[in-house]
Design a protein around this ligand. Sequence first.
Ligand code: TGC
Ligand code: FAD
Length: 394
Amino acid sequence: MATAATQSRTALELFGMDGLLSEEERAIQETVRRFCDDRVRPHLAEWFDKGTLPARELARELGKLGVLGMHLEGYGCAGTSATAYGLACLELEAADSGIRSLVSVQGSLAMQAIRAHGSDEQKEEWLPRMAAGEAIGCFGLTEPDHGSNPGGMRTTARRDGGDWVLNGTKMWITNGSIADVAVVWARTEEGVRGFVVPAGTPGFSAPEIKQKLSLRASVTSELVLDSVRLPSSAMLPEGIGLRAPLGCLNEARFGIVFGALGAARDCLEAATAYAIDREVFDRPLAGFQLTQQKLADMALELGKGMLLALHLGRLKDSGDLHPDQVSLGKLNNVREAIRIARECRTILGANGISLEYPVMRHAGNLESVLTYEGTSEVHTLIIGQALTGLPAFR
Ligand code: TGC
Ligand code: FAD
């Protein structure tokens, strides 16, 4: 007779999710999952505990794997579908949000900004090396006093002869202190513009932000621009106004729509296995109705989130995805992922707070994911504006 464990199916199996993916998408997902299992997962507890990440080494391996800028065309990028990129993000975040962040910021923010708004020379100089993971990029939009409202930014770029001179401070910048190149957004006389700032430029520094209780396996930094002088060729010529950086955010937010579900899936799998194994009051915790209700509710939210992610992926692949729709996915899937992580934590009891299990690490990471790339309040307001036509940000 089969045991309870051999009869059980995962939430996504129950939804028949694999049947919605192409063979190529399944192959890409499986490759990234295997990479994470072999190369990342065994070290995560230690990296998280110590608050470190061997980012440079990992970036090269991720480059070889082909996930850096994988959905972009040309310049050494694989040009996969958006859905395949989403599935890769899901597997990376099932390992840790910090690993997905490394990939998101590199591919969807820094490379995307150069790909969409850069000159041919900027693309040739940076994109092939960034796709290979030989150069790391960061994306500096947020400032200490302007996060949700980047339109209020104080960083300036002023013309001085043929040069640009940048002054200001960016805050909470992923990959900042390990980056070879920073894409920095600054106010100019003609509106917001992006600049390609090579690390090592005099006046540029990127002190790391320490004592984080979330995204500990990820490098987060301040960017200080103290009269940084750049040639005129450093400006991204094709992007003007706030819509240029906000357009890049759509790409990274799309990855998070899938990614957050990876963290949720990992929590649910860990909690289910734990509940089947753990005996309370002389029988398996998984056999109690209260536990099954928790598992069933979480499976439903995970599956519904996945259907939403795939729907948005298909819309993006057909060129029909609107930024408002990305907000639907980011708001729902991160909110549900964090609920799932917290509920799974209860199933693990005291073990739930230990790094021996991935659940609390994911729950802690998801606090950042809830805030970055547009807070849940910002995405709520974007959806509110789409529904009513009335902006309520100010
Ligand atoms: P608003 O007047 O609405 O817009 C200014 C211009 O931008 C256009 N636009 C967009 N374009 C493309 N995609 C979008 N999502 C866009 N949203 C707006 C808009 O059409 C307009 O264009 P134009 O031509 O008319 O000038 O701007 P607002 O100042 O009222 O702000 C709106 C708001 C609040 C939604 C926006 O500022 C916002 O999204 N704030 C959140 C900021 C944010 O998400 N920051 C993330 C920083 S990067 C990060 O967190 C990386 S985390 C690491 C990781 O990803 O792993
Ligand atoms: P605030 O904007 O000060 O918001 C504080 C609170 O006020 C939030 O709850 C918010 O939702 C709420 N609020 C704001 N406006 C409104 C409103 N109109 N109505 C109602 N409530 C409102 N940024 C980058 O540019 N690049 C990066 O690589 C990057 N990486 C990050 C990595 C990590 C680990 C973290 C934590 C952040 C990162 N960020 C990055 C910054 C991130 O994008 C911002 O933290 C985020 O946009 C929110 O800005 P804030 O922290 O200044 O919060």
